[in-house]
Design a protein around this ligand. Structure first.
Ligand code: AMP
Length: 325
């Protein structure tokens, strides 16, 4: 597509916030987080929240499917709407409580213990796909039960152009067969290194990636926390570093924010080639690097487009070099 003589990829990313639509499915939650830097009471979190906030920087319009209780703050929903996130598919269950998760990070910030998971409204979540969402071209299935994830795919009148999916060990433990069926339906699986190992029984990530590609997806992204992320297709591999940060304040939601940045970039550029996925991995990594700088969604809510553009440049400089001769 050409706009006033410029190709899309030459335009600054904010000018591209106009094209394809992204639908996100994921938890909208209350979290209580403890890190070596401090502790929060119940704050707004949830995979769906992080994904859609991150992707809102790339899209003028997008939508979310989720469920909350009547205890969830209306201001947060308004904030989402003001960022172009359509919440028609966000069910509000009167008199019920929002999903609650609590976690405590170890000193290295790479591992955490889940202290509490109260499913509340998520326990019997039956996702509704409103008519206004049916034309979504890109679908991001955030970490939820694989049967909820697959029911959203099945409830779309036509298959989106690209479906990505996140999951976690929890579902491998209790719903492996359902999970494998859902994985078969998607184009991209996004997991961390431990999850890739558990899913396949393979330790080497290259072998684990191959085993996952054999399960159905065309692409697999393996996140390695502070050690970056790997993107695999059948015959190509790309590695993106994570930004070496002096201080990681709160890693909660970093994986979801990565997914939101990745899918937001892909949808906004309307290009699903491997070359463009490489760029999307960098945008996802840049968004995740902001997320960890403050508690919860605080940092994502204060950054501007110019911060993202600067950070992507830092990523570019981080690992580019010239071959001599
Ligand atoms: P991450 O740090 O990327 O693993 O994502 C953390 C977010 O996932 C938190 O905001 C939680 O509310 C949410 N979360 C944790 N466990 C679950 C679960 N079992 N189902 C859905 N969302 C969850």
């Amino acid at each position: 597509m050409t706009i006033i003589g410029l190709t899309l990829l030459e335009l600054p990313i904010f000018a591209q916030k106009i094209f394809m639509s992204l639908l996100t499915v994921g938890s909208v939650a209350f979290d209580a987080i403890e890190t070596p830097f401090g502790k929060t009471d119940k704050i707004v979190g949830g995979a769906g929240t992080y994904i859609s906030l991150a992707s809102s920087f790339f899209m003028q319009e997008q939508s979310i499917i989720s469920v909350v209780g009547s205890d969830f703050p209306k201001e947060t929903i308004q904030e989402m709407n003001s960022r172009g996130i359509n919440t028609e598919g966000l069910q509000i269950k009167e008199g019920e409580k929002t999903f609650f998760w609590s976690g405590k990070y170890h000193n290295d910030m790479n591992s955490r213990d889940t202290l509490a998971t109260e499913l509340n409204v998520l326990e019997h979540f039956d996702p509704i796909v409103p008519d206004s969402y049916q034309a979504s071209d890109y679908l991001m299935l955030g970490n939820l039960s694989p049967s909820v994830q697959s029911s959203v795919i099945n409830r779309m009148h036509s298959r989106p152009k690209l479906i990505a999916m996140d999951t976690m060990n929890f579902w491998m433990d209790i719903a492996l067969e359902d999970l494998k069926k859902t994985i078969k339906m998607v184009d991209i699986l996004i997991v961390n290194d431990e999850e890739a190992r558990q899913l396949t029984g393979e330790y080497a990530l290259v072998t684990a990636a191959k085993a996952i590609l054999d399960m159905g997806p065309k692409y697999i992204i393996i996140k390695k926390g502070e050690h970056g992320a790997l993107l695999f297709s059948k015959d190509q591999i790309f590695f993106a570093p994570a930004l070496p940060l002096a201080e990681v304040f709160d890693p909660t939601g970093a994986g979801d924010t990565f997914a939101g940045g990745f899918m937001g970039y892909l949808a906004s550029t309307e290009d699903t080639s491997f070359e463009n996925m490489k760029r999307a991995v960098i945008y996802g990594s840049a968004m995740a690097s902001f997320c960890v700088e403050k508690f919860g969604t605080d940092r994502l809510l204060e950054i501007a487009q110019s911060d993202i553009d600067k950070r992507v440049k830092v990523f570019n400089d981080l690992s580019s070099f010239e071959l001599k001769g």
